[in-house]
Structures are given as structure tokens and as C-alpha cells.
Design a protein around this ligand. Structure first.
Ligand code: SF4
Length: 329
């Protein structure tokens, strides 16, 4: 069953996804401006984007990591079942934990790429060299977690030099990149360096996100969580610097407002599928069903954050700037 049209042009370029939806070179979705959101929502029989955790394991222990609960990895057979039940979803994140820790990651990429999804891989890149060749031409973009300069990345996330070795391997194989950084009070001064690194690497987008109170982040000093106003000022400052320095990547900043609640759909390694983050739910996960047992179109029917999902992935409930999306659009 097809929920939306499948991509018609190569991974690095803008893709027409059908139904007025485009996947842009800034690695996000855009909707034909003539289409009303409500009309678009009525046409949707499943999500625009799903995060599939193919492992919970990781070789880093970032101080904001939400995914600290361990579960066995899904087998290839189980992943095949999930893939079948995700048919028609425009974009799939093959996520973790750290997805490149799976030795069979190349087989998993093949499995999902053959189904025609836009494939995105959030990764710390440390195993980039091992997997770059199998990802090339099949992964639309790898989203690298990087908190800017070496000292900050080493403190917050993990070994900067190891990450950058992987980044070079992925880029050398021609895989488009994006960067993703978590914003703490103690990293506010480094956001501009993340943008500069993103510009040097010619990434599609630099994405900033505030930490969620889950997993390792529960141990963060309260002072590390900035307010909505502070986030707005930080983003405005980046916009000013962007025009001074002529940074090219799209910029995005996600904060945890009511409009963004539950906007992600996360499939855990055991198939349990959740709306995330649901602010008053245990572990911020609201269970929706099990993807090993039913198609995502059934799960979508009982998902109560459809509007938040669409608005966020169209960049309308977060701060954005880029060649494709105007600030405040
Ligand atoms: S945030 Fe990502 S890279 Fe860091 S420990 Fe968690 S899964 Fe690993």
C-alpha cells in the first residue's frame, strides 16, 4: 500500500514525493504553498517520517542521551516485517542508539532502500569508515551529532576526532550530511562554530534541539536547560551571524512547546511504537501499538498528534532558516 508517492529523482536532489510534498536539498519537507494543512492532513493515511531504532546500543554515553534503556537488537527478519509495515512512509530514520554499530547495517540499508523510502541515518559517525561504501547512493543523508568545537564535543558527547574521521569517510563516499547539536546553557557560545563547521562541510542543514528530560539528561544541572525566550534569542543571533558570514546550510531549532509535543513516531527494537515526546507520559513515550503486528496506517489512526507531526516536519512549528524555508514560515 502506498501512503504517498515514492521519490522520483536522485537522493542528493530535491525529490517530488507526490501530493504536493517535496523533500528538499535542506533535508526537510516542504508543502506546495497552495495546499492547506487541513486538506493535506485529510489525504494522509500514515506518517511523513518514522524513527526506527535498529539498536539501542551505543559506543558513546552523551550527557543528554535519552536512549539509555537497553533492548535486544531486532533480527533482520523482524526488520523485514517492520519494513513491510512501513510501506509508503516517505522518510525513515534508521536510528539508534548508534545504528552503525550493527555489523549488518549495509544489509539493513539495502532492505529499506529497495522499498523506496528517503533514508536518513542519525549517527555519531564513529563507524563511518566501515559502512560508508554500502550507504552511498542509498542514504539521503547522515545526520551527525556534533556539539561544535573539539573541547565541547569531547565534554558533551564523545571523541571529536573519532567523529570527524567518520564524517570524512561518509563525505568521501558522497553521502550528504547534516549536523545536529543539543543546546545547553553551557554550549550557547559554541552554536556559531557548529554552523561554521556545517558550512565548511557543505551540509544540508544544521539542526539545534533542546534537551529532553529523559535518560542521562535527568542528571543534567538544572541551569543547563534554557527557556523558550533564550532559545529565541539564540536563534536570532545565529540568523544575524548567518547573514554576516554567509552560511549556506538550512538552520533549524526545535524547542519543546505544546505544538511540538508527540510529533515524532519512534519504533523501538521490539516493534513497540510510540508518540514522542509526550510530556506527561512515563519516559515521554506514549504507546501506539506494535509495528511487528500491524501496518503503520493502523497505528496512525490512533495517533493523536497528527497535526503536530505534520507542522513540525514542514518546519512550521519550529524556528527555521534556509534557502528552502523562510524564517517563521
Ligand atoms: S545521544 Fe546518540 S551518540 Fe550519544 S549516547 Fe545517545 S545514542 Fe549514542
Amino acid at each position: 500500500m502506498t501512503l504517498l508517492g515514492m521519490p522520483t529523482v536522485p537522493a542528493q536532489l530535491t525529490r517530488d514525493m507526490g501530493n504536493g510534498l517535496t523533500f528538499t536539498a535542506g533535508h526537510h519537507f516542504a508543502l506546495d504553498p497552495a495546499l492547506e494543512i487541513d486538506m493535506f492532513l485529510e489525504r494522509l493515511f500514515g506518517p511523513l517520517s518514522v524513527i526506527a531504532q535498529i539498536t539501542k546500543r551505543c559506543n558513546f554515553d552523551c550527557n543528554m542521551c535519552s536512549e539509555t534503556k537497553m533492548l535486544p537488537d531486532p533480527t533482520l527478519k523482524q526488520l523485514e516485517r517492520m519494513r513491510d509495515n512501513l510501506a509508503g512512509v516517505p522518510r525513515i530514520f534508521l536510528s539508534g542508539g548508534e545504528p552503525l554499530l550493527r555489523r549488518d547495517f549495509g544489509d539493513i540499508v539495502d532492505m529499506f532502500a529497495d522499498a523506496g523510502h528517503v533514508l536518513a541515518v542519525p549517527t555519531n559517525a564513529t563507524k563511518g569508515l566501515q559502512h560508508a561504501r554500502r550507504m552511498a547512493g542509498k542514504v539521503a543523508f547522515a545526520n551527525i551529532g556534533l556539539e561544535g568545537p573539539r573541547a565541547t564535543t569531547n565534554r558533551v558527547r564523545g571523541d571529536y576526532d573519532e567523529v570527524m574521521r567518520g564524517v570524512r569517510a561518509l563525505q568521501g563516499a558522497g553521502i550528504p550530511l547534516s549536523l545536529s547539536a543539543v543546546v545547553f546553557r553551557s554550549t550557547l557560545d559554541t552554536l556559531q562554530f557548529t554552523c561554521q563547521i556545517g558550512d565548511v562541510l557543505d551540509v544540508g542543514k544544521v539542526k539545534f534541539i533542546l534537551p529532553l528530560r529523559k535518560g542521562n539528561a535527568l542528571d543534567l544541572d538544572e541551569n543547563e536547560f534554557i527557556s523558550e525566550d533564550e532559545a529565541a534569542r539564540a536563534f536570532d543571533r545565529l540568523l544575524d551571524l548567518r547573514s554576516v558570514h554567509d552560511w549556506r546550510p538550512a538552520l533549524r531549532m526545535t524547542t519543546w512547546t505544546p505544538e511540538n509535543e508527540g510529533h515524532m513516531i519512534v519504533v523501538e527494537p521490539n516493534g513497540l511504537t510510540n508518540a514522542w515526546p509526550v510530556y506527561d507520559a512515563p519516559d515521554l513515550f506514549e504507546p501506539l501499538g506494535n509495528l511487528l503486528e500491524e501496518p503503520v496506517s493502523e497505528i496512525w489512526k490512533r495517533y493523536r498528534f497528527k497535526r503536530n507531526h505534520v507542522m513540525k516536519y514542514l518546519g512550521r512549528s519550529i524556528r527555521t532558516a534556509g534557502r528552502e524555508v523562510k524564517p517563521g514560515a
